[in-house]
Design a protein around this ligand. Structure first.
Ligand SMILES: Cc1ncc(COP(=O)(O)O)c(C=O)c1O
Length: 409
């Protein structure tokens, strides 16, 4: 199936001419269209991590005292990849952990408000709500329409800021709605008002070059184990302002007397081989294709996928399934599902499980404002055939399931 609107990009191959997917170990009997949730680790990085684990297990007493300096070296490589200063960058196990560090480190400001948006990642928003309860304050939620322009999104967030706002939490790329938010202008306005800002950039590393250029926020979190393909459990907490001195790791350990970020390099007896093997993922992609070429491929493939799948739905429902997302992302897109399915978070997750079990496809479904979406991801190991498969196999099934759902009501 081809779309008249979008050209099909030629698949990328490994330097040896084999399909790019052979650089990963994903089950070839499953179609993998959900890189955005949990990433996928290239074989070379798995091998690197396995070798590091073997070294650790062969001589633990040599390994652990040397670990903080090894973590510091990995941190410098990861900071260079993101174009940020190593002394502003701490390694944390995941984006949720980075947010938890911020929430648990900020001084108690009783009675203050925390501003979030209705595109926020549920678990991070729950952390903000718990902090607000500890402060004896409340969470204010900015509603941003899916199609909001940068200016409209900026205004929607800024409208919720008050003299009582003690923290602003805003996503760089939103999880349920796969869109960018104008974090540069929002964070600048918050800073002008003296409000600390946490930018949740969980999806960002790997997708954009130098993503923090022009962004002056107090705290930024990003997952290397999503689009940067790092071994899981590798994320950054970037903190540039004086508030970085308030930040302590969730695990109190021997690094406590050190400043930020060195105190995060020591976390007791813990397997930190994911951090140490991350440069192997970054180097593999750079050496095989170059990050710039990979980003261009992911974006072209996402254009193809979005149109192909929306047209397949339209051929059945007679409706338009393209979504007018304001500030779209290069490698994450939404296609609207037929009415009645995935209309809330629990149903969207149940649909993900059903599609995997019955159709053998790993996919992400999200909901926003009561509407269900297929949130597709592209990565270098995906090809047009993956999305043609979704259009041919999953679209009719999803349409049928939606039809059954509407008959049941
Ligand atoms: C925007 C956003 N924030 C935070 C997270 C949490 O990431 P992790 O599970 O690695 O902590 C995710 C995961 O998808 C996300 O999309």
């Amino acid at each position: 199936m081809t779309s008249p609107l979008t050209a099909a990009p030629a698949a990328l191959t490994l330097p040896n001419g084999r399909p790019a997917a052979e650089g990963w170990t994903l089950d070839p009997n499953t179609v993998h269209l959900n890189h955005g949730s949990f990433g996928a680790v290239p074989l070379v990085a798995q091998e690197r991590q396995n070798a590091l684990r073997a070294e650790m297990d062969s001589a633990p007493v040599a390994w652990f005292p040397a670990l903080p300096s090894m973590v510091g070296a990995a941190r410098a490589d990861i900071a260079a990849f993101l174009g940020v200063a190593p002394d502003a960058t701490a390694l944390v196990p995941n984006a949720s952990g980075g947010a938890s560090v911020v929430f648990s480190s900020l001084p108690v400001e009783r009675g203050l408000e925390i501003v979030v948006t209705d595109h926020g990642y549920g678990a991070v928003t729950m952390g903000a709500e718990r902090l607000a309860r500890r402060w004896g304050g409340v969470v204010r939620t900015a509603h941003i329409p899916l199609g909001a322009t940068a200016l409209e999104a900026h205004e929607a967030v800024v409208a919720e800021l008050t003299p009582r706002t003690g923290l602003l939490v805003v996503d760089h790329i939103t999880s349920p709605t796969a869109r960018l938010l104008p974090v540069e202008s929002i964070a600048a306005e918050a800073r002008r008002r003296g409000i600390p800002t946490l930018v949740d950039g969980a999806h960002v590393p790997g997708l954009y070059d130098a993503p923090l250029d022009g962004l002056e926020c107090d705290f930024w979190i990003g997952n290397l184990h999503k689009f940067a393909c790092a071994p899981r459990g590798t994320s950054v907490l970037v903190a540039g302002s004086r508030l970085k001195h308030e930040l302590y790791p969730l695990i109190d350990s021997w690094g406590a007397p050190y400043g930020f970020p060195e105190r995060f390099d020591t976390q007791g007896t813990l397997d930190l081989t994911s951090y140490l093997a991350t440069p192997a993922s970054l180097e593999f992609i750079e050496a095989s294709w170059g990050w710039g070429a990979v980003r261009a491929y992911m974006s072209e493939l996402a254009d193809y996928a979005e149109h192909t799948i929306a047209e397949a739905f339209a051929a059945i429902t007679g409706e338009d399934h393209l979504v007018g997302v304001g500030m779209p992302v290069n490698a994450l897109r939404l296609v609207r599902l037929p009415d009645g399915i995935a209309t809330n978070h629990a149903d969207a997750d149940a649909l993900r499980d059903r599609v995997l079990a019955e159709l053998g496809v790993e996919a992400a479904f999200t909901s926003f404002d009561g509407v269900g979406y297929f949130r597709l991801s592209t990565h270098v190991y995906n090809t047009t055939a993956d999305f043609d498969h979704f259009a041919e196999r999953c679209v009719p099934a999803l349409s049928e399931w939606a039809h059954e759902q509407s008959r049941a009501h």
